[in-house]
Design a protein around this ligand. Structure first.
Ligand code: ADP
Length: 446
């Protein structure tokens, strides 16, 4: 096992990784920008190294500075968290070239899955069902028109390098295709420096259901069931549940078997998530994330597993030591992402948190790096906390989340807590038969 790990991230996820390391008796190295000198992950780590100015490209994305920090402190492995360098294949490769372990998959698998076109081609060859669409990259507007006619409108033009819901445009009819084609490409070039796009059937009422996978370096792959992340605005997740209110145990087993079989054939290692759209009882793969997800805690509570600990163990070469049949699903878990944003416009609201009081009591978990007096910097993602609850049934989990949302106090910055309270009080949400469009429709109802 490693004796020292460098955590190449910030905020709640840096703290989450740090906590797993502590419990495993592993020393930690925090890295931070000048804007984060007072951050919790810096205070709690055994050692901390400043790696640059506030802008992420100069600090949390600064590979040379991070590697220098690892070398100086004698870290043996790097945990990338999510975001930043977590899905950067060149970074994973460089880390390993420096004789350190990258706590994640191989650079090759990160690269394959990082390009959504090669991810889909690879998964299709491994027997995973896809959303119908173009056979790889679209070379021209004419080709886009032709494929759209074949599969039928509406269609979605998506960036091969996409992420965070960017570079994605719907064409409802043939009249929209030219605009969708040019907007998706322009957005993709601006955001990712790459204008390769592909086309998918635009599903009108799917749920977003994803499967948590874990694989060791000895060929064993298991899954920890699904998360339902359909509650989104602008294609970004806001509330996640495990399990999905829409999925039977049989459907979970079936997609779980397809996914674990595919990743076994691929020779995948570490944690990963296969994302699907689920409509009319059909699973359609859309992408794979080769890292820990923001929403991993709902799975941890549902299955009684520490996924970060498992990631570290398998990166150190330890075998999983259990089988699929040993993984059990108990009760129901819900996560609300607490973003420092206006709850109606979602405009970020950085500033000083004048009062923070976390909720507590049975079945409540708060993953956050904020405290009273903490200044939410304007430079990074606006998610400042995750409130997660676990209860024996979904109804009880909703009641528990309502209770926890009443207890939590975050003052000084705007947050989306009032929106979460409305969602948890809504009879439609309680019924559980929502799709990816539910939240935007719910908000436009006022
Ligand atoms: P990103 O990597 O940018 O998050 P994804 O491919 O994971 O992009 O899609 C994000 C979200 O966009 C999905 O959860 C879903 O809400 C919506 N979406 C993506 N593909 C489709 C599709 N073919 N039909 C309908 N909605 C889609």
């Amino acid at each position: 096992m490693f004796s020292k790990i460098l955590i190449a991230n910030r905020g709640e996820i840096a703290l989450r990784v740090l906590r797993a390391c502590r419990e495993m008796g592993i020393r930690t190295v925090a890295v931070h920008s000048t804007a984060d000198a007072d951050a919790m992950h810096v205070r709690l780590a055994d050692e901390a190294v400043c790696i640059g100015p506030p802008a992420a490209r100069d600090s949390y994305l600064n590979v040379a500075a991070i590697l220098a920090a690892a070398t100086i402190t004698g870290a043996e492995a790097i945990h990338p968290g999510y975001g930043f360098l977590s899905e950067n294949a060149d970074f994973a490769e460089t880390v390993e070239a420096h004789g350190l372990a990258f706590i994640g998959p191989t650079a090759e698998h990160i690269r394959t899955m990082g390009d959504k076109i090669s991810a889909k081609t690879t998964m299709q060859a491994l027997g995973v069902p896809l959303v119908p669409g173009s056979d790889g990259e679209l070379k021209s507007l004419d080709e886009a028109r032709k494929v759209a006619e074949e599969i039928g409108y509406p269609v979605l033009i998506k960036a091969a390098a996409g992420g965070g819901g960017r570079g994605m445009k719907v064409a409802r009819t043939a009249a929209d295709i030219e605009e969708a084609w040019s907007v998706a490409r322009t957005e993709s070039l601006a955001a990712f420096g790459n204008d390769a796009v592909y086309l998918e059937k635009y599903l009108d009422r799917p749920r977003h259901i994803e499967l948590q996978i874990l694989a060791d370096a000895h060929g064993k792959v298991v899954h920890f069931g699904e998360r339902d992340c359909s509650l989104q605005r602008r294609h970004q997740k806001l509330v996640e549940e495990a399990g999905s209110p829409a999925l039977s145990a049989e459907a979970r087993d079936e997609i779980g078997a397809i996914a674990t079989d595919a990743l076994t054939k691929l020779g995948y290692r570490n944690a990963g998530t296969l994302e699907f759209l689920y409509q009319d009882g059909q699973f359609c793969f859309i992408e794979m994330n080769t890292r820990l997800q923001v929403e991993h805690p709902v799975t941890e509570l549902l299955c009684g597993v520490d996924l970060v600990r498992e990631q570290i163990r398998v990166a150190a070469g330890e075998p999983l030591g259990y089988e699929q049949k040993d993984i059990t699903f108990s009760g129901h878990a819900i996560e609300c992402r607490i973003n420092a944003e206006d709850p109606e416009t979602f405009i970020p609201s950085p500033g000083t948190i004048t009062v923070f009081h976390p909720p507590g009591g049975p079945g409540v978990r708060m993953d956050s790096a904020i405290y009273t007096g903490y200044r939410v910097p304007p430079f990074y993602d606006s998610m400042v906390a995750k409130l997660i609850v676990h209860a024996p049934t979904r109804d009880m989990a909703i009641d528990r989340m309502r209770r926890a949302l009443d207890e939590i106090v975050v003052e000084g910055v705007k947050t989306v807590i009032p929106l979460h309270q409305r969602i948890m009080n809504d009879p439609g949400f309680r019924k559980g038969d929502y799709t990816i469009h539910w939240l935007e429709q719910f908000m436009s109802r006022g």
